[in-house]
Design a protein around this ligand. Structure first.
Ligand code: NAD
Ligand code: MN
Length: 367
């Protein structure tokens, strides 16, 4: 038997609703494995409500506790009662930074039965991955307020981007290695190095150097504004898109919307050296506008659980989960945000059922 310790952090808003759905799917995977797999899930109640009660999101010793797990399964953080920069830095970045989860992968996945706003999606098969630098860049937390010293009305604030040669090199190499595993071995490097002449030019130089080691991989350099247009007009030319923290954050939301909804996008925050646990979370936030109504789309969270299975060395099981999602949407069972009628519970049940129906043939070479 293989046993995995999973730390679940539902967080705020719909976080709990979609994590619950993903855990139901993991339960089904364990059950279908006939005892070969076990997921020992420990829930951590760290949220904005917890923060308002205790003055912090993660209690003393919390990170050490998290560290003892094989993976972290995260919902979302963000509440109308707490400023967003406090909640994001208090919980999500308070994990990704110390655990050095420097590679954030965000596949853009087009599902059968889901209407894309992209006209192209009817004619060509689209499938690309945004690789996000997840440790520095625009989200390095550098800067300050009240720099003029002149007070209200005359305030000056600075927000600085940090780009290190090592940070650029590791994420760019990661993108090239990933490209080699894909049908189309191509890396698109995204910057704004015409306007941002220090950090982004360093990125360009590192990219030019690293690509010499991957002569078999096609490359292109695209400015981020042009890339946002390319996502819409020529997405068939994309395979791996590597970009800085902010640029990739924005592009991945665009990608998921082009595939139908923010609700279907999955992501993995990886510490590729495996010195720390990696964290798996849907791309979307806490969605306070729909919280508590039971209608949140669980596909992003369930697909993130599939990425977690990949990371745990269970690719056949991960593929089975992805196939179950596709079988479900193909059969016309869709959540509200994709124009359907299914609520979170119904959609999750349908995915679990599809998993059961296909299991005998699916994980052929199970562990
Ligand atoms: P959001 O992703 O929460 O919501 C944007 C829109 O998409 C909303 O209309 C929402 O209802 C819809 N949506 C999102 N996920 C959905 C799902 N699974 N099913 C159906 N509809 C879905 O982004 P926002 O409104 O900008 O932010 C809300 C809060 O979430 C803020 O506090 C923000 O800071 C936080 N946030 C957190 C994370 C994170 O924890 N990783 C990421 C983004 C935003
Ligand atoms: Mn985002």
């Amino acid at each position: 038997q293989q046993s995995f310790a999973i730390a679940s952090i539902p967080g705020d808003g719909i976080g709990g609703e979609v994590i619950d759905a993903g855990l139901q799917v993991l339960d089904a995977v364990a059950e279908l494995s006939g005892g070969a797999l076990e997921f020992r899930v420990t829930e951590f109640p760290w949220s904005s409500a917890y923060y308002r009660e205790h003055g912090r999101y993660i209690p003393e010793g919390g990170l050490e506790e998290l560290r003892r797990h094989d993976a972290i399964y995260f919902g979302a953080v963000g509440s109308p009662e707490v400023p967003d920069h406090v909640s994001l830095w208090g919980l999500r970045l308070a994990i990704t930074q110390p655990f050095d989860q420097w590679a954030n992968i965000r596949p853009v996945t087009f599902l059968p039965g889901v209407t894309s706003p992209l006209r192209k999606a009817d004619d060509v098969e689209l499938d690309w991955i945004v690789v996000r630098e997840n440790s520095e860049g625009e989200y390095a937390g550098l800067g300050g307020r009240n720099l003029s010293g002149r007070g209200p009305g005359e305030e000056v604030a600075v927000q600085t981007s940090l780009h290190t040669e090592k940070g650029c090199e590791r994420i760019i190499r990661f993108a090239f290695d990933l490209a080699r595993t894909r049908q189309v071995a191509k890396v698109s490097s995204v910057t704004k190095s015409n306007a941002q002449q220090h950090g982004m030019v360093l990125w360009d130089e590192v990219f030019a150097r690293v690509k010499e080691d991957y002569p078999d991989v096609e490359t292109e350099r695209v400015l981020v504004d042009a890339m946002s247009a390319k996502f819409v007009l020529h997405p068939e030319q994309l395979s791996v898109v590597v970009a800085s923290n902010l640029h990739a954050d924005i592009l991945s939301d665009l990608g998921s919307a082009l595939a139908g909804s923010l609700g279907i996008a999955a992501s993995a925050n990886l510490n590729p050296e495996r010195r720390f646990p990696s964290m798996f979370e849907p791309v979307h936030g806490s969605a306070p506008d729909i919280t508590g109504r039971g209608i949140a789309n669980p596909i992003g969270a369930i697909a993130s659980a599939a990425l977690m299975l990949d990371h745990l060395g269970l690719p056949a099981e991960a593929d089975a989960v992805r196939a179950a999602i596709e079988a479900t949407t193909a059969s016309g069972i869709l959540p509200l945000d994709l124009g359907g009628q299914a609520d979170t519970r119904q959609l999750t049940q349908a995915i679990v059922e599809a998993l059961r129906n296909s299991w005998t043939e699916a994980p052929a070479e199970g562990p």
